[in-house]
Design a protein around this ligand. Structure first.
Ligand code: ADP
Ligand code: 5GP
Length: 201
């Protein structure tokens, strides 16, 4: 059984930063690299941050049923490829998905054994500052992302875990501990329950 951990939260809350830190410290965690039609930001690499593609190619993949879930977020398509669950290594202990809230809820509906972790900003002002400070957005894209925020915040309350990303180091440690606890469930507790069920027969 794969430990699927879905990290959701509004744009600019700190998801990528936190996931990057976790992957550096835990090579046994795998990141699900999504497909997107948006342009790469400076420093983003093909196959590491996203698979960057055209709208035509993305729509072809939708038709071929190549995604576990996909969404149009703002103006662009984003989707989780199916291959990510075909684990080629026993050493992978957790697969981390970074999704918008609709995608997170959809994936959790499909795989109820996966866990969802919501990241919330300390304040709207902080969120605005983070988006501006990242320097990747124009005034227009920031405004578009803010308009989407109200619905996202409401959906985040349905997640299994919710954390306020105030102090970055503390949040990274909390997410890390949640994932390790979940790993314990998939690696040891789930097989143990199987065994107990067998013994009952
Ligand atoms: P997301 O992936 O959720 O869109 P990012 O990880 O790109 O967000 O973070 C947006 C910006 O906020 C980045 O410049 C990042 O360095 C900064 N940031 C992330 N977490 C914190 C935090 N706890 N305190 C202050 N700034 C943060
Ligand atoms: P960004 O353009 O800032 O990288 O991402 C925009 C939003 O799309 C973020 O909330 C991010 O988590 C989300 N996202 C990234 N990949 C996927 C995906 O495969 N599916 C869905 N549903 N959302 C995604």
């Amino acid at each position: 059984m794969i430990n699927g951990v879905i990290i959701g939260g509004c744009s600019g809350v700190g998801k990528s930063t936190i996931i990057r830190r976790l992957l550096q410290a835990h090579p046994e965690f795998r990141f699900s690299v999504s497909w997107t039609t948006r342009e790469p930001r400076p420093g983003e690499e093909e196959g590491i941050h996203y698979h960057f593609t055209s709208t035509e190619e993305f729509e072809r993949l939708i038709e071929e049923n190549g995604f576990l879930e996909w969404e149009k977020v703002y103006e662009d398509y984003y989707g989780t490829p199916k291959e990510v669950l075909e684990s080629d290594s026993d050493e992978i202990t957790a697969v981390i998905f970074e999704l918008d809230t609709r995608g997170a809820i959809k994936l959790k509906e499909k795989y109820p054994q996966f866990s969802t972790i919501a990241l919330l900003p300390p304040s709207i002002e902080d969120l605005r500052k983070r988006l501006t400070q990242r320097g990747s957005e124009t005034e227009e894209t920031i405004a578009r992302r803010q308009a989407y925020l109200q619905k996202e915040l409401q959906r985040l309350l349905t997640f299994d875990f919710a954390l306020i990303n105030d102090n970055l180091e503390e949040t990274v440690q909390l997410v890390r501990r949640i994932i390790l606890a979940l790993n314990n469930r998939t690696k040891f507790v789930a097989p143990h329950v199987e065994k107990l069920l067998d013994d009952l027969k």
